[in-house]
Design a protein around this ligand. Structure first.
Ligand code: FAD
Length: 478
């Protein structure tokens, strides 16, 4: 008997749920990844950091699987890689290999669930079983419910219940290596496709501090662990190295969420505040996956239906300025440049720019959500939708609509010396700290002293925050 493990957003071979179950139950196990043309063809560009990240991580995973097999004395190992529409590719491969079952880790996005449903049906029609496993999250679906048996829609009580449920068992890694001798020898396969063979061009990924694959995740984690105790204090300052930068690895599963939770929970139990706060962030991640699974309509609709009636503005010029980092509010512009140049944006800044788009510019959160979807390396439908609806005040447990971030005071508070702003807006390098957060307030002599020509070197503010705030209050009250 043989099985095929179909990897998708779980590009690792340690603590891997589906792989562990396959190896434990079957004496011959193949692993495959499909570069899914249904997804790739829909991308607006042939130059996408995420495709390059996945490609590099797949190449590395192939080597890790070979090594895992070697170490366990198996002649097999390695990853079968295909390029085409995922479902037909997997069905055909399962037939070619003569497997009895295809195993995969569960996905919670509606499109992915529909794909898996289709795959299960097609496989069953060919006499092949399909099974899926929890791996991507710590606690899924209905595992955390209110006392009345309902899904939570407020984070704090959810987190309390989540922490109670998150016992040692839920954090225990799957010991893949115990059965790694069952990794099967690959059939005669063509070498792994290059990025170019997939129809994609290299991006600037190699120049970023973003190591790929399982080794990249390990490197970032090692770098973060000494900083974990200070996470709660440092996490809000984009100019400091306070966060883990692991989101893209969690997105593509090059690191196991159980491993991270186990590390955090161990330290949190000793009273480490940084670890407690970080564990809460992992809870937010599960929370939004849970929300998306229970309420898939949030993809296009406000979580709170009464906010579905908010009338947003078209504002093409304002939208363009936001997208192109030309708003005249330095923290917003620096954040948008970080996104465009690196595909990452600090959490505090995601909140600031999302608030700015929806509350200062009056533009529909869905447009911002789609823009992030195109540009974020770590783009995740559940977290991104949750974050946008939070900032727009339309979501579950969202920021109340009358709490409107002031982009200038946010800047003064979270980038006081302008370290972050200066990194991404070199044109403001010589502006004194006290004016850096809002250069438009400078007097002509002050502008001349630092050689800044407003409207030439750096834009005038595209809106007046105080007026925008009033308009937003009216918009929401209506
Ligand atoms: P750390 O601070 O080190 O946190 C560790 C991990 O916890 C993160 O990697 C992430 O998996 C999880 N996490 C942290 N904060 C949140 C949160 N608020 N919601 C859900 N999970 C969280 N996160 C994404 O992974 N993908 C997205 O597409 C995404 N879009 C967002 C859009 C908006 C408007 C907002 C406000 C937030 C969004 N987030 C998203 C959440 C958060 O900003 C990122 O997870 C975080 O900045 C990633 O950096 P990090 O790995 O260094 O985080």
């Amino acid at each position: 008997p043989a099985a095929l493990v179909w990897l998708r957003r779980d590009l690792r071979c340690d603590d891997h749920s589906a792989l562990y179950h396959a190896l434990r139950r079957f004496p011959r196990v193949y692993c495959a990844f499909v570069f899914d043309t249904d997804i790739l063809d829909a991308l607006p560009t042939r130059c996408d950091r995420r495709v390059e990240f996945i490609h590099a991580s797949v190449v590395e995973l192939h080597q890790h699987l070979q090594q895992l097999a070697r170490e366990s004395g198996s002649p097999g190992g390695g990853l079968i890689v295909r390029h085409g529409p995922a479902v037909p590719c997997i069905v055909q491969l399962a037939r070619e290999l003569g497997v009895q079952e295809v195993l995969a880790n569960r996905d919670y996005e509606p499109a992915a669930m529909a794909r898996d449903c289709q795959a299960a049906q097609a496989l069953h029609a060919a006499g092949i079983a399909f099974s899926d496993y929890k791996d991507q999250v710590l606690l899924e679906k209905n595992e955390v419910l209110t006392r009345q048996g309902q899904p939570f829609s407020v984070f704090t009580p959810y987190k309390r219940a989540w922490l109670e449920k998150l016992d040692a068992f839920q954090r225990t890694p799957y010991p893949v290596q115990r059965y790694a001798r069952h990794l099967a020898a690959l059939p005669d396969e063509a070498p792994l496709p290059t990025l170019q063979a997939l129809g994609f061009m290299p991006t600037n990924l190699r120049t970023l501090a973003l190591p790929t694959g399982m080794s990249g995740a390990r490197q970032l984690l090692q770098d973060f662990l000494p900083r974990l105790p200070a996470y709660h204090e440092a996490r809000d300052f984009p100019g400091r190295k306070g966060v883990s930068y692991l989101s893209v690895h969690l997105r593509f599963g090059t690191v196991s969420i159980r491993q991270l939770a186990a590390l955090a929970a161990r330290q949190a139990a000793t009273g480490c505040q940084g670890a407690q706060t970080w564990l809460s962030e992992l809870a937010w991640r599960d929370f939004y996956f849970m929300i998306l699974w229970h309420h898939p309509q949030v993809i296009t609709q406000a979580f709170r239906p009464e906010y579905g009636h908010v009338q947003w503005d078209e504002a093409p010029a304002l939208w363009q300025a936001w997208c192109e980092a030309r708003t005249g509010y330095p923290l917003v512009d620096a954040a948008m440049r970080q996104l465009l140049q690196t595909g990452y944006m600090h959490n505090r800044l995601r909140m600031v720019v999302a608030s700015f788009l929806t509350k200062d510019l009056g533009i529909d959160w869905r447009r911002g959500e789609r823009f992030f979807a195109r540009h974020l390396n770590d783009y995740d439908l559940a977290a991104n939708n949750g974050g946008w609806q939070w900032a727009a005040s339309t979501g579950c447990d969202a920021q109340p609509y009358f709490r409107i971030f002031n982009p200038v005071t946010q800047s003064q508070k979270f980038d006081p010396e302008g370290r972050f702003i200066r990194r991404y807006l070199p044109e403001l390098a010589h502006v004194p700290d006290k004016h850096l957060h809002f250069p438009a307030a400078m007097k002509p002599a002050e502008l001349a002293a630092c050689g800044l020509r407003l409207g030439v070197d750096y834009p005038q503010p595209i809106v007046d925050h105080a007026q925008a705030r009033t308009r937003t209050l009216l918009r929401f009250q209506r």
